[in-house]
Design a protein around this ligand. Structure first.
Ligand code: SAM
Ligand code: SF4
Length: 475
């Protein structure tokens, strides 16, 4: 059968050009408005914060078409799964979910199922879905989110499945509708894509080249959020501190931090900063603005220089630790977290020991730890994945124990302290137990009265665990 779509290509996605990205303005074609009248949608989101923000865009587009959100997939007329491709496990989970939707589709043949996100950018996953998961009606890539209304329209009118996945994207699209899932904290994209090409990572292929948004658009978005009563923004990018490099305007992430701080938003966070791009202007901006939160996520990935070189991380163990020590010195009282991969090809016992010793040196507040997962199409996939599963698992466990030890030790200093908590919600089991985060991004569960989501409250810490704190409200 003749295909009327082009499959994604990781080879194409790998290519980069020096052209600056073009800014486009989105507007929804009138023929899509009302298509979702009296219909409901349900979105399942996997993966990182970028995906969470993308799901908010999908929701915004669907609501602009007239669809209403629902929280039960059985009620939905449209189900979208926003996927992650960073590790094999995440992909398998999605395939399990899609498999389970088959029955729902049999019961409701008009149900439309869409697959978006990073898996949709991978040739092999798209082929697999097309072949084995007939229940899927739409496959759309990370560069094709704004085509969702058009694809839905086509499926509704032709009952044929639609695939739209661009392998490359040189544009930044503004004015896209958004339905934010929280009313007090907001994700704000400041740039898209990644040009770092760490050898293990699929993200530069699935999310394309680095494209920064213009500062006026970012600042307008934050100002609007302040007006709407938002208390916190998290500036998002795969490498937030590479911000602006592609715009060639001599305006760095440090400059942007200063300007976002001036909007008066109560709390500013950012994710993720790459050690290679951590410059002094950024440190100065963090120091000079009290609404930039005292928390830095600084992925190390490995504590061994040889492994780091093979990972193409652009820094050695010594360079990372020197930067880390400088940040600790310059930013006292800050919390630090990291990402670590164990079992990268050729990681010897000695190399793993170097990772443990780096953790001992840095005494992180927390670490997100992963077993290396081979990603087809990346340079590391050509290396022999020669650390056996059992060793990988043993290393992960040992690492997690060490991380938990320092996390617990760091948290001890919070005992009996009074901290400020931005309230996220309350326990389903006990409506007098609330939860939220301190400026250092510590999760706090606390008792109190008459507390609302989005309140900033003072809490006395009564009990300390490795990854959370318990307390009681004091005012
Ligand atoms: N851009 C961010 C950075 O460089 O820190 C990280 C983005 S990635 C979605 C989040 C984390 O997933 C990475 O920091 C890395 O530790 C982990 N990761 C990425 N590719 C992986 C792979 N192939 N196997 C295991 N973990 C991986
Ligand atoms: Fe992946 Fe490295 Fe880019 Fe982070 S910096 S998204 S780990 S390639």
């Amino acid at each position: 059968m003749k295909k009327d779509y082009v499959l994604p290509s990781l080879n194409e996605a790998r290519k980069r050009n020096k052209e600056s990205s073009q800014k486009l303005s989105f507007s929804l074609d009138g023929k899509y408005i009302g298509l979702g009248e009296n219909k409901k949608y349900y979105i399942i989101t996997h993966g990182c914060q970028a995906n969470q923000r993308d799901s908010e865009t999908m929701a915004g587009l669907l609501e602009a078409m007239g669809y209403a959100m629902c929280d039960d997939e059985k009620q939905a007329d449209v189900i979208i799964i926003n996927t992650c491709a960073v590790r094999q496990g995440a992909e398998e989970k999605v395939l399990g979910e899609v498999g389970a939707l088959k029955r729902l589709k049999n019961d409701h043949p008009d149900l439309i199922i869409g697959i978006g996100g990073c898996m949709a950018q991978e040739e092999k996953s798209v082929n697999l879905i097309l072949e084995k998961y007939r229940q899927v009606d739409i496959i759309f890539g990370t560069h094709n989110i704004t085509s969702l209304p058009k694809l839905l329209y086509e499926v509704i009118h032709t009952r044929k499945r639609r695939v739209e996945v661009f392998s490359k994207m040189g544009e930044v699209i503004e004015e896209v509708p958004v339905t934010r899932f929280m009313s007090h904290k907001a994700w704000v994209n400041i740039m898209y894509g990644c040009d770092k090409f760490c050898s293990y990572c699929i993200v530069p292929y699935t999310r394309g080249k680095e494209r920064s948004r213009h500062r006026e658009d970012i600042l307008r978005e934050v100002e609007e959020l302040v007006e709407q009563g938002y208390k916190e923004v998290c500036l998002l990018g795969q490498n937030v501190n590479a911000y602006g490099k592609d715009l060639k305007e001599d305006y760095t992430f440090g400059n942007l931090l200063n300007d976002v701080a001036k909007t008066g938003i109560r709390r500013i966070r950012f994710m993720t900063s790459h050690p290679w791009d951590f410059d002094d202007s950024m440190i100065l901006a963090i120091k000079n603005n009290s609404n930039i939160m005292p928390y830095i996520h600084l992925p190390i990935q490995s504590g061994n220089s040889e492994v780091l070189k093979k990972m193409n991380r652009r820094y050695s163990r010594e360079e990372y630790l020197a930067l880390y020590d400088k940040l600790k010195r310059e930013l006292p009282g800050f919390a630090f977290t990291t990402d670590i991969i164990v079992g990268f090809p050729n990681e010897s016992d000695g190399a793993f020991e170097d990772t443990l010793s780096a953790v001992r040196h840095c005494e992180y507040d927390n670490a997100f730890t992963f077993i290396y997962s081979k990603r087809e199409g990346t340079p590391a996939a050509m290396m022999d994945d020669n650390v056996d599963r059992k060793t990988k698992e043993e290393r992960l466990q040992k690492l997690n124990e060490l991380v938990a030890y320092y996390a617990n030790r760091n948290n001890q200093k919070y005992k009996d302290r009074i901290v400020e908590v931005l309230v996220d919600g309350f326990s389903k089991r006990n409506s007098s137990v609330y939860s939220g985060y301190t400026p250092e991004n510590k999760l706090v569960n606390f008792t109190g009265r008459n507390v609302k989501i989005g309140d900033l409250v003072k809490v006395r810490i009564t009990e300390v665990m490795s990854f959370s704190l318990n307390g009681e409200m004091v005012e």
